[in-house]
Design a protein around this ligand. Sequence first.
Ligand SMILES: [Mn+2]
Length: 254
Amino acid sequence: MHESGDRWAVILCDVDAGSTKGGPSNVRDHWLSVLAAQWPDHPPPLFIDRRHGQIAARLVESYCFAAVTAGLTPLVLGGDHATTYFAYSGVRQAVKATPDLVHLDAHHDAWPAENITNYSFTRHLRRQGVVVDSRGVREEWPAGVSSRRPERESDLVYLSIDVDVLDPQVLSAVSFPVPIGARGPSTNMEWLDSQLNDAVAGRRVVAADIVEWVPMAAPDPGADVVGGVLSSVLRLPVPDGGDVTIQPGRSHAH
Ligand SMILES: [Mn+2]
């Protein structure tokens, strides 16, 4: 049971998860088990799966737009990291503002690519003026992209968690694990918790996602760990006043 449970609209997304491209997968079933274990009274999820093909991304965008407009906070579970681009886009349109993106990931996802992919989506968002605060990155940055943490610009924040940000010794069921180097930091659950709490301090969470879990990529799917990540998000404090959503702009003209 989570006090803030009724603020969320849950979208369960099995669109890629970075591994097998064709055919059904069991990501959805793994996520349903995690939900049942961590959040028994969770709201009914909307399902989007890979068989929706090219419209899957637009469904994510539309649903996030609709959820925010209805006064809810989208919580996107599953999918690869390109999913975040479309979820963010729907949220941004609904709040009529440009929330900062706090991006927890072993990868910067800022590689140059014309298409929006799981390895280029932050580059596309940066180009559109979004403040992308990437934390936990353990790969070299491409030329021309600053690795420096940006200043906050918005009191609205979108949280995106690529579960590969965790130390592979904590969770190995991901497509592209990156070991913790000699320089650290050790990205364990305590680290994740403190990053999330720092990210939300003094501002409103407009949406969150947990992406890139590939349960079949390792002998141990790591459902307990992913459940812990979900629980950390659900535990995040709701700002004073409890109203975490943004009223859509209303015209007073008649
Ligand atoms: Mn990523």
